[in-house]
Design a protein around this ligand. Structure first.
Ligand code: GLV
Length: 335
């Protein structure tokens, strides 16, 4: 009988009960089903002596935390984006990191497309008008927006989610698809998606609806600022389902206020959950609270994947030592 003590794991945020149950089968578990807000110091205090952490996109796993928690061996996030985790610092310390790709691709692409359509067709602006009791008569150009079908879709960041959005645009809506990415796709993939690679300036100039789906890093900070917005068509829309900080929100608010672009759809914000106050005042922006991956089945799948990674990373379960979506698998070999 294996009498070794179970590894100790902290779940930093509230998560599905079935995921807690799964983790509890393998670990001595501390969790936060009350979803209490912890300061960074509280998080560090609660991680003392923990072997693993189940986190989301909201906890900062930085050098200070890692230095203060030398026992930590695995950090598994249920998000695909991991800009809140210092991957290099984790790797240096032998801490395995995993994220949750693939399981959210189609759901997030659905939402990106929906947000782009809501933005182009002024859905929330017109709903606010109706709810305010201001709809008294029909008007020939009332809330007339931009067409989506047949328009030019621009995708900045052509990874899995970008490709899924491109597919929706090309196959479902007859859009011409342009994209820009750090590296160009294989021509066969481009042909299948009906997508044309262009430089960033051309993407900005020619897109009717530009969707941002690139990861956040210092290199993509303010990838869309005043200079980039100035290149866009005055009729164009901008949709961001990637990360706050990729867009300079103050510059965007200014461009929207001056109608230098027509409208924006934003699911992510610089400094979220705070939203730039100027954006809140504008009619031509659709705002959602970072929910692009939030269908119930997908959020459950993301959480299950993070749990599977943690279980395997800490040597438990049938896939011990083989976490399915590790970002620095090499640290396990070095242990
Ligand atoms: C959500 O933003 C994610 O990175 O999963």
């Amino acid at each position: 009988m294996n009498t070794a003590p179970k590894p100790r794991v902290l779940v930093a945020r509230q998560v599905f009960d079935e995921v807690i149950e799964k983790l509890a089968g393998h670990f001595e578990l501390q969790y936060n089903q009350a979803d209490a807000v912890w300061t960074q110091d509280e998080l560090i205090a609660r991680l003392q002596g923990m072997d693993g952490a189940f986190v989301t996109g909201t906890e900062a796993i930085d050098r200070r935390l890692l230095d203060a928690c030398p026992q930590l061996r695995a950090v598994c996030t249920m998000a695909v984006g991991y800009n809140n985790i210092d991957l290099a610092a984790c790797t240096e310390r032998g801490v395995l990191v995993s994220n949750a790709p693939d399981v959210l691709t189609e759901t997030t692409a659905d939402f990106g497309f929906a947000l782009m359509m809501a933005t182009a067709r002024r859905i929330t602006e017109s709903e606010h008008f109706l709810r305010a009791g201001r709809w008294t008569r029909w008007g020939h150009d009332m809330f007339a927006g931009a067409d989506v079908h047949g328009a030019t879709l621009g995708v900045l960041g052509m990874g899995r989610i970008g490709q899924a959005i491109a597919r929706r645009g090309a196959l479902g809506f007859g859009m011409s698809v342009l994209y820009h990415n750090r590296s160009r796709l294989d021509p066969a993939v481009e042909a299948k998606l009906g997508a044309r690679y262009v430089d960033k300036a051309t993407l900005l100039r020619e897109s009717d609806h530009l969707v941002l789906v690139l990861p956040y890093s210092p290199a993509s900070h303010h990838a869309i600022g005043a200079a980039e917005l100035a290149l866009m068509k005055p009729t164009a829309t901008l949709t961001n389902v990637a990360r706050g900080g990729i867009v300079d929100d103050a510059a965007l608010a200014e461009a929207l206020r001056e109608r230098r672009i027509a409208a924006a759809g934003l699911d992510v914000f610089e400094g979220e959950p705070a939203v730039h106050p100027a954006l809140l005042q504008l009619p031509n922006v659709v705002l959602t609270p970072h929910i692009a991956s939030a269908s119930l089945p997908t959020r459950l799948a993301m959480a299950q994947l993070a749990a599977d990674n943690l279980i395997a990373a800490l040597g438990q379960g049938p896939h011990a030592g083989r976490p399915p979506t590790a970002l620095n698998l090499q640290v396990l070999g070095a242990r």
